[in-house]
Design a protein around this ligand. Structure first.
Ligand code: DGJ
Length: 615
């Protein structure tokens, strides 16, 4: 999946002479990026049918085991928290058998030396370019060697190999860093921006959007949408996203998923006329879909009950009032391409939020023959990727954002089609800190959707200032998810100010290099900075979660700023020399309240102290 014109491929062909089976180890070498990809191809050259029961994409043997396994784990609303444990003899693993890469475990794992921090220590990292069931495993043998592997989860997996057939696994990206997690992240970020994300999107400034979900959930009218859009546009937002509730007869979760026909009664006319009215506010339009699911109460389900994942004769479990469509069935994929394609074809839509809100249960297919039932989870993924291939190619100007109840499918498989991901449904700024820290280990800021939401926060009821909510949302593609009607004019002005500021710094965030300064140690203080691609600007952010009594103003030391370069801090006008920023640091000042933050923007004013353009 990853590609770069300078990359090279190495194929090692292994042949089992007795069984007449070939296994080809395929390595992609991305020298410019210091990364390798690996996948495995199996070829049946024999006269017999056989079944694959377990197959990894990458396997690495290390002659030592004094390492930690670092993983990104969590649950809905608290995805990608960093967890770390020392390797012991035997197996330690992370994985998913939920039909999606999952909120619980991200398809990322790294073996790191015990002293590894952001800047020091060895890291051997693997990230799976796949959005379905996976297993990452580190096994220490009796002699202290470790075997580190990643691939499709063998749980309930089987693949029938007919004569002459081939099976190729999805790719794993392998990254080594000798300088801690920071260097590992830089490798992943650059590689994914340049070689994974679709075409122009890796280098395209992302719009500031307002999403209607937390503003109105299912309760909206044409007038409420237009007034929300108007206020969003006045605040400086560039894109309005109509979330769930615009199709079928959808006023709550119980109905209509699968019937991708505009709910004109609720929209007060055709979707096209609504979009026209919205665009008159000077803002573009985006739409939410959940194509892979179906409501039992829908025309689609009534017409095609056989299209749902199910075990014949058994009751189908509902989750969030939905069933999962059987994407192993090409007729289902064709329907989705037609239904979503029709809406995109007929309406001026520049953005799609592609949601997926439940995992697999009753994993069976009425389309596949009994002997191929265990192929369903992988065939589902192949079907989904086919649908996404068709739609993203046909609508190549549409920006797709992936979502699975937040970060339930935040993986490079999705980023390949959808260059940004809504990484969590938890919009509380404090909760977002560990989520964004963990996610940023692997995924670039330009791939992370981060919104300023209302207070009290809808998930935690916490009240955090707009400044801090915005500062935290600027750790990615900042957007909004709030109801302007509930906000007083002073706060509206503040939001506008934050949006104006983000417009000034967004290229630094979206294309610059991220350095995490604080957060790994105690979880109470977070700080991160970006240096722009041309190294002319630095954006520095500090957030403290809980305040404590009897503290003094501390300093925040920056990273990777050239010693002799002079920078001016844009608010105070103070001039700093590079070595002052890295060795002495910036004074944070006294922090008195919970959830308080500071932000500094530095502009380069000279390359060395002798030639300062000091005004
Ligand atoms: C779950 C998503 O994560 C939310 O942002 C929202 O789109 C809802 N689904 C809509 O049902």
């Amino acid at each position: 999946m990853l590609s770069d014109e300078d990359s090279e491929t190495l194929e090692i062909v292994l042949r089992d002479a007795l069984k007449q089976v070939e296994v080809v180890l395929i390595f992609g070498v991305f020298e410019k990026y210091n990364a390798i990809t690996q996948s495995v191809l199996v070829r049946n050259c024999s006269q017999d049918v056989f079944h694959i029961e377990k197959i990894c994409s990458a396997s690495m043997d290390l002659l030592f085991s004094d390492m930690d396994l670092l993983q990104l784990s969590g649950a809905w609303g608290r995805e990608c928290h960093i967890k770390r444990r020392h390797l012991e003899q035997g197996k330690q693993a992370v994985g998913s058998t939920r039909g999606a890469s999952s909120h619980g475990q991200n398809p990322f794992a790294a073996l790191v030396s015990p002293n590894t921090t952001e800047d020091y220590g060895e890291v051997y990292a693997m990230n799976f370019v796949y959005s379905g069931n996976f297993l990452a495993e580190a096994e220490v043998d009796m002699h202290g060697n470790s075997r580190f592997q990643m691939g499709i989860h063998p749980f309930e997996f089987e693949w029938r190999m007919n004569l002459g057939e081939e099976f190729q696994t999805p790719e794993v990206v392998l990254v080594y860093s000798g300088n801690g997690l920071g260097q590992m992240s830089h490798t992943f970020h650059r590689l994914y921006r340049d070689c994974l994300m679709p075409g122009r999107f890796g280098n395209m400034e992302r719009p500031i959007l307002l999403n209607s979900w937390e503003a109105s959930y299912f309760q909206f009218t044409r007038n409420s949408l237009i007034s929300l859009t108007k206020q969003a546009a006045e605040a400086g937002a560039e894109l309005f996203v109509l979330d769930d509730g615009w199709f079928g007869k959808r006023d709550d979760t119980t109905t209509s998923v699968g019937d991708w026909i505009p709910y004109e009664e609720k929209l007060g006319g055709t979707l096209e006329s609504l979009i026209n009215d919205i665009q008159k506010q000077g803002i573009t339009f985006g739409l939410w879909f959940e194509p892979e699911m179906v409501s039992p109460d829908s025309k689609l389900y009534r017409e095609h009950p056989e299209w749902v994942i199910q075990v014949k004769g058994r009751r189908i479990e509902k989750s969030r009032d939905e069933y999962v469509l059987d994407l192993a069935n090409p007729a289902v994929c064709d329907y989705l391409i037609r239904a979503v394609g029709k809406i995109l074809e007929e309406n001026p839509i520049s953005y799609v939020k592609w949601d997926m809100n439940r995992n697999f249960t009753n994993t069976g297919s009425l389309f596949l023959p009994p002997e191929q039932q265990k192929e369903l989870p992988h065939r589902y993924m192949l079907g989904l990727y086919h649908v996404l291939d068709c739609l993203t190619e046909r609508f190549s100007n549409v920006l797709f954002e992936g979502c699975a109840g937040g970060g339930g499918r935040c993986d490079p498989g999705m980023l390949y089609y959808m260059p940004q991901i809504w990484i969590s449904d938890d919009t509380d700024a404090m909760e977002r800190l560990p989520i964004q820290y963990g996610t940023s280990l692997v995924y670039p800021s330009i791939g992370m959707g981060c919104h300023i939401s209302d207070i009290p926060n809808h998930q935690t009821e916490r009240r955090i200032s707009i400044e801090t909510r915005a500062a935290v949302a600027m750790w990615g593609n900042m957007g909004l998810e709030l109801d302007f009607e509930k906000i007083n004019s002073e706060d509206r002005q503040q939001i506008k100010k934050e949006i104006d500021f983000y417009k000034k710094v967004r290229t630094i965030v979206q294309f610059g290099d991220l350095y995490r300064l604080k957060g790994l140690e105690n979880g109470n203080e977070y700080a991160w900075m970006y240096i722009s691609k041309d190294r002319k600007n630095i954006l520095l952010t500090y957030v403290q979660v809980m305040s404590h009594p009897n503290t003094v103003s501390k300093r925040l030391r920056l990273k990777n700023v050239e010693k002799n370069v002079l920078y001016r801090e844009t608010v105070s006008g103070r001039i700093y020399q590079g070595c002052e920023l890295t060795e002495i640091g910036v004074a944070i000042g006294r922090i008195k309240r919970d959830g308080e933050s500071r932000q500094w923007l530095f502009e380069k004013i000279s390359d060395n102290t002798g030639e300062a353009d000091v005004k």
